[in-house]
Design a protein around this ligand. Structure first.
Ligand SMILES: Cc1cc2nc3c(=O)[nH]c(=O)nc-3n(C[C@H](O)[C@H](O)[C@H](O)COP(=O)(O)O)c2cc1C
Length: 251
């Protein structure tokens, strides 16, 4: 146990040093290059156009059912069918948002990158019509992959109201709300930590977009809302950053 902890501490320290020195390292490598020098491929040919003309890239091609297809197909959807979601869909979405994965070196990590590995986000579920789940607000617990009940009742109308009356939120069977705890990241990085929290949220929310696309479900990132009203609806002490209604797409 002690050696595991020691290994984890050493890896964490090394990762932090690499993270903090990363920018100056890039600058060093660039400085090493002579002006006008081209990057060569294995055959010694220039990859850059010597004539200074624009260089055409190979066309993008991908198979159906790949990640690239989900990236291509992703859209914001605001019109949902009256269809109940099931727990496996909710579980998959929440896992993709902020669940656990394993990197094999440091042990358990999360599915999205986070500055300093600090993970300053929580994921709340505002459930209305989810089979096997009473209407209510829940918090996703990534370590156990379960839902912690916060308050029971159907809060979808109040969520839509807090989001400046964006009615499609009330129509969706459920919404995921990303909540930030800025101090977790700012305590290490100061004011710059605020930027990192927003970047973290971007990665997590794109994961939700992409797995929703993969499952044939629709979502949209909603950033327009009254902060205090939304925090009140889901009863959080953190700062809500984004609400993402989820439902089957109504074309
Ligand atoms: C930070 C952020 C906040 C957004 N807020 C809202 C919102 O409050 N309401 C809404 O309907 N769409 C919102 N959107 C979705 C954008 O309108 C949408 O992503 C954009 O029009 C591009 O369309 P696409 O997502 O289909 O590619 C938001 C998107 C982002 C990234």
């Amino acid at each position: 146990m002690f050696s595991l902890l020691l290994r984890y501490s050493i890896v964490s320290v090394l990762m932090t040093i690499l993270f903090l020195t990363g920018c100056s390292q890039d600058a060093l490598n660039q400085d090493d290059m002579e002006p006008g020098e081209f990057i060569k491929d294995e055959a010694g040919e220039n990859l850059n156009s010597e004539t200074g003309e624009d260089l055409a890239l190979p066309p993008v091609e991908f198979e159906d059912g790949t990640l690239a297809e989900s990236i291509y197909q992703r859209r914001s959807h605001r019109n949902y069918k009256e269809r109940t979601l099931d727990l496996s869909e909710i579980g998959y979405l929440l896992w993709a948002a902020g669940g656990l994965s394993v990197d094999g070196i440091t042990g358990p990590t999360r599915v999205y990158p986070s500055a300093g590995g600090l993970y300053p986000l929580d994921f709340y579920l505002v459930a209305g019509e989810v089979a096997g789940l009473s209407a209510g607000v829940y918090r996703y617990n990534h370590t156990e992959h379960n839902l912690i009940p916060v308050i029971s009742g159907d809060f979808r109308d109040r969520l839509a109201e807090a989001a400046l009356g964006q009615g499609f939120i009330a129509d969706a069977p459920a919404s995921i709300v990303l909540v930030a705890y800025y101090e977790r990241t700012k305590s290490r990085y100061g004011e710059r930590g605020e930027r990192y929290v927003h970047l973290d949220a971007g990665y997590a929310s794109q994961n939700i977009y992409l797995v929703a696309t993969e499952m044939g479900l629709g979502t949209v990132a909603v950033g327009a809302f009254d902060d205090t009203a939304l925090a009140d609806v889901i009863q959080t002490s953190g700062d809500p950053l984004m609400a993402m209604p989820i439902g089957e797409i109504n074309q």
